[in-house]
Write a protein of this length. Structure first.
Lengths: 317, 439
């Protein structure tokens, strides 16, 4: 029977057209299911990214098609002190702000994980800086750090501690401190709440066992909390670094990159050159120059996440 | 916030146009008579899409919309007017020019028509008609719109900025009137500082305030970014002198001007902390309309920009030209509308509504009632006469506009005044960036 059945089935198979194969083959079916997602990614992510990179190799201006000029934009930026200043600013801004956000966020998360009165309400309140639209908080900070109307300067003057307004946004160092402060204020809730969620997944029995063995609170944190939290930390800090690196609104609303470009980030410089001054090609080159940095940040966390050591805090790789 | 006002503006605009129709029959009679005798007859069934910059003063917008409504009623032209913020006007006009659709008329800033000279409708006949009728165009206004002998657009108005000062502070510092030259101006700023009633001018990325006063300092010393042939000449002894002078001024300013944007001086002046600055008439108008600021308004005066060592005015005022695209289906309607706006019956009322924000480009309107209604308005009537084009002595156009938008001159001065760079470094930086733009 079996001998008869096989030759019968064969001609049937060969009769199936390429189209029916596409329709019914399991491997192709998987492809069809992926098509919408792929189309979405290509149209909304890959195409704009590719277009941006292409623009960076042209001298396009707003409203006008450009010529291909190879790497001229990049060569120009290589010798551009303002561009390098913006790179330095971006790195400084990202590292300092991320470090503070991590430290404060972790501290807040540990604090909120304890049992205390009004716990739910406190947890909700921590989110407030994150909920306020960035532009609004930036405007608020702009007033707080205003050279003439700063509430901080005013209070200190009333207390008799200073005789003149502090030049918050007009002094290079102060301006950098101010924008980093504003960014930390805004970014801490994201870190804190995400880490808090991670803390909640740590089983209390681990702490009980450790306590029975006579572990101190610091040892509890060091050998239980921290290792179990590392995967979450890796993800949160990757996002935090990405958001900080590409920050635009805070800077634009507070300083527009001033004083004398001391707070110009790559994103704001790109906007100023591309949109305000109309040199799309050059602006695109500045944006594209951010890609290697961002890729590096992603790689660090990606490979970190792959490693068991990172995930479990053990020494085996 | 701005989007919000824009929406309310559009609604308010239509509402006002409606009331204009009811209360202003005289305007409509004029419009009808004008439409019959005008050299340009709107095509039957014409439709015009007009983009303009977003207004500062509601009353100016009201006057504009009243004109639009009258024009519509008299000629049967369908008018679709919308406004865009200052930064968006040029990109949108460029896209329209590029794609050959979307807009018929664009009312923009600086030297907009020069950006696409092959895409605009030549306005020679309109310029001749208005120029002959109203005493000719001012030099700078003509320069912003002319390419050779052709008018690429019509300079509708200038948005003027002048010295705003508190008379009581000047009196106290021993200055009976506002200084007319650079050394006198520096003396005054120093004296104001000594009395703790300081002056202040923006050294931050303030597109309007920062650019206008720093170009004035630069040009006043006979220094320019480029010469008549667009050769870069920023690296010069004159520029060095301008930097030196600016630093001396900067040291007499209220602290914090390096962080200022376009609204900072308005706030500080209105709060009574700043005693002299350069600005449009907005500070005074705001003080005048605020009942609690009566004294400040009474004490606020305006003065012309002092004249630098070059011996002639070197102001940078914001030109506001209108252009029609040559792909419009209704060129006559477009020309008719532009001419109609600048007729005396419309224009004087419009200037009135603008309360001094807008200055005429046609000489005859120097006697417009707005300039004498309040003696403090008078200096603003000079804006179109005393300004240089945005390019200084170089050719007007896109490159000059880019240099201004990228804050090249502002950054050069800020770099030197704040001590971030020395004279040579600041000039070399600016030179390098200019070379890129003027390549």
């Amino acid at each position: 029977m079996a001998d008869v059945a096989i030759p019968r089935a064969k001609p049937q198979m060969s009769e199936a057209s390429a189209w029916t194969q596409l329709k019914y083959n399991r491997n192709w079916l998987g492809f069809w299911f992926m098509v919408p997602a792929m189309a979405f990614l290509i149209f909304f992510l890959a195409y704009p990214l590719g277009l941006g990179i292409w623009l960076s190799f042209t001298d396009t201006r707003i409203g006008r098609v450009g010529q291909f000029i190879a790497t001229e934009n990049y060569e120009w930026l290589w010798d551009d002190s303002i561009f390098w200043l913006s790179v330095f600013n971006t790195l400084l801004y990202t590292f300092v702000a991320s470090a503070f956000k991590f430290a404060i966020g972790l501290y807040l998360a540990l604090l909120l994980n304890e049992h205390m009165p009004f716990k739910a309400m406190l947890r909700a309140m921590v989110l407030i800086p994150f909920i306020v639209p960035t532009v609004l908080s930036a405007l608020a900070f702009w007033w707080i750090f205003d050279s003439q109307f700063s509430i901080i300067s005013w209070s200190l003057k009333q207390l008799g501690l200073i005789s003149q307004n502090i030049n918050f946004l007009g002094d290079t160092t102060w301006a950098r401190i101010c924008v980093i402060f504003a960014n930390v204020w805004r970014g801490v809730p994201f870190v804190a709440i995400t880490l808090l969620a991670g803390l909640q997944t740590v089983s209390p029995s681990l702490y009980e066992a450790a306590t029975l063995d006579g572990a101190t609170r610091w040892q509890n944190f060091r050998y239980i909390t921290y290792p179990l939290l590392t995967p979450i930390i890796a993800v949160v800090m990757t996002f935090s670094v990405l958001f900080t690196f590409t920050d635009f609104q805070l800077i634009w609303a507070m300083t527009r990159g001033g004083p004398v470009n001391a707070t110009h980030l790559m994103a704001t410089l790109s906007y100023q050159r591309a949109i305000i001054a109309g040199q799309l090609g050059e602006g695109a080159a500045i944006s594209s120059a951010m890609i290697p940095f961002l890729l590096a940040a992603i790689m660090v966390s990606w490979f970190g996440l792959q490693r068991r050591k990172w995930q479990q805090g053990e020494s085996n790789d | 916030m701005q989007d919000f006002t824009r929406r309310t503006l559009l609604q308010g605009g239509t509402a006002l146009a409606a009331t204009g129709m009811l209360t202003g029959p005289a305007l409509f009679d004029f419009a009808k008579a004008w439409a019959q005798s005008a050299p340009w007859k709107a095509e039957p069934g014409a439709k015009l899409t007009v983009m303009r910059w977003k207004r500062f003063v509601p009353a100016e917008d009201d006057a504009f919309n009243a004109m639009v409504a009258a024009f519509k009623a008299a000629t049967g032209t369908e008018m679709n007017v919308f406004s865009e913020s200052f930064e968006d006007v040029q990109p949108k006009a460029s896209v329209a020019a590029n794609t050959g659709s979307g807009l018929d008329l664009a009312w923009g800033l600086h030297t907009l028509p020069q950006l696409f000279p092959t895409k605009v409708l030549k306005m020679n006949d309109v310029a001749d008609y208005l120029g002959k009728k109203y005493g000719g165009w001012t030099d700078a206004a003509a320069k912003t719109c002319k390419l050779g002998n052709d008018w690429l657009g019509i300079p509708v108005a200038t948005n003027g900025g002048y010295m705003n000062y508190r008379k009581s502070a000047l009196d106290k510092a021993g200055f009976k009137e506002f200084p007319k030259d650079f050394p006198g101006f520096l003396e005054m700023c120093k004296a104001l500082k000594a009395n703790n009633t300081p002056a202040g001018f923006a050294l931050g990325h303030a597109s309007g305030d920062g650019n206008s006063w720093l170009h004035w300092v630069l040009w006043g010393h006979g220094a320019y970014t480029v010469d008549q042939n667009d050769k870069i000449i920023i690296n010069s002894p004159e520029t060095a002198k301008a930097l030196e002078y600016c630093k001396a001024l900067y040291e007499s300013f209220i602290p914090g001007t390096a962080s200022w944007n376009d609204s900072s001086n308005n706030k500080a002046f209105l709060a009574g902390e700043l005693y002299c600055t350069a600005n449009g008439i907005s500070i005074y108008v705001a003080a005048k309309t605020d009942a609690s600021k009566k004294e400040l308004a009474a004490d606020t005066y305006h003065a012309l920009w002092p004249v630098g060592p070059v011996g002639k005015p070197t102001e940078l005022q914001l030109a506001l030209p209108i252009l029609a695209f040559n792909f419009t289906k209704y060129p006559n309607a477009a020309k008719a509308f532009v001419a109609f706006m600048l007729e005396k019956e419309n224009y004087e009322k419009w200037l009135d509504g603008a309360q001094g924000y807008l200055t005429q480009t046609l000489n005859a309107y120097e006697t417009a009632p707005i300039w004498t209604a309040d003696p403090k308005n008078t200096v603003f009537s000079q804006a179109s006469k005393r300004t240089l084009p945005a390019s200084g002595i170089g050719t007007v156009g896109e490159k000059a506009a880019t240099a201004i938008a990228d804050f090249i001159v502002v950054d050069m001065f800020a770099n030197y005044c704040t001590g971030a760079k020395d004279t040579k470094g600041a000039m070399a930086d600016a030179e390098r960036q200019l070379k890129r733009i003027y390549r």
